[in-house]
Design a protein around this ligand. Sequence first.
Ligand SMILES: Cc1cc2nc3c(=O)[nH]c(=O)nc-3n(C[C@H](O)[C@H](O)[C@H](O)COP(=O)(O)OP(=O)(O)OC[C@H]3O[C@@H](n4cnc5c(N)ncnc54)[C@H](O)[C@@H]3O)c2cc1C
Length: 281
Amino acid sequence: MPTHLRELKVAPGMSGGAQFFEDFLRRIDRYHEMRDFPAQKGPSYLSVHLRFGTVSVRQLAAAAWQQGGRGAQAWLSELIWRDFHHQILWHRPDIAGGHAFKPQYDALPWPNPPGHFEAWCAGRTGYPLVDAAMRQLDQTGYMHNRLRMVAASFLAKDLLVDWRLGEKYFADKLIDFDLAANSGGWQWAASVGCDAQPWFRIFNPVTQSERFDAQGRFIRRYLPELADVQDKFIHAPWTMPAAEQQRTGCMIGLSYPAPIVDHAAQRVRALDLFKQAAYVS
Ligand SMILES: Cc1cc2nc3c(=O)[nH]c(=O)nc-3n(C[C@H](O)[C@H](O)[C@H](O)COP(=O)(O)OP(=O)(O)OC[C@H]3O[C@@H](n4cnc5c(N)ncnc54)[C@H](O)[C@@H]3O)c2cc1C
């Protein structure tokens, strides 16, 4: 079985949940250092068990509290995020119907350029970290948290596609789909939610990649067409000289797409979208 499937294979039922948690407790002390690097086994992978109720969140929280230390504290704060989103949904059930938490953002005129949403779903945007993330989702039903933030931000603020399309796509694909957490995550990334990422803060998909997958280990796992690309080109393969493309057999525009948009230009358009709509003070 390919490594990524073995890695994410979900042991079902309460015994499966207990097994995942036992495994995670051996790693919990390093959670705060490891959790952002998708090539590492950093997080707990317990979301699917939490979603189906095959672990008790009270027991998890009590165990983390008892364990103490920076790793357990960081993890406890993630469980609190889960609770936070559930509270928001309870108090604002309208967000389940695709409404932004901040109503003034409901009518933002997302351009939705043709083909962009489809390229994002297929993992063919030309930005390796985003594409690897989307293929992880497609192949396993899971996506690492850092990548959910990057992929969601990219759809809304680089591709200028309405975040609700991405929210629906995640809902269809995620094995841990949770109405409150998914809606909260998307509204955070698109800067339309409660306690959201400020609208002027836009992830750069290349620097995120350099920072969180420096050697491109995660990228190569899901994008075999980039397997032989050198580390220095792996985050932005379109910068490979023609001779290097020949040598590695990775022809940009043929074996792997050229970037669908220019991040710097799209960043300006995204800022204009938020500014022009006069929804910001
Ligand atoms: C756009 C977007 C969509 C998301 N959709 C979902 C979803 O449908 N279902 C879901 O469970 N989580 C969702 N999340 C939150 C988070 O990405 C996942 O909970 C996490 O990746 C699950 O992996 P894990 O169990 O290994 O996490 P760990 O890092 O081990 O975290 C432990 C638990 O804390 C909770 N948690 C962690 N981060 C968050 C968060 N940001 N918001 C709410 N709860 C959190 C989850 O229950 C998770 O299982 C989404 C985040 C974003 C940015």
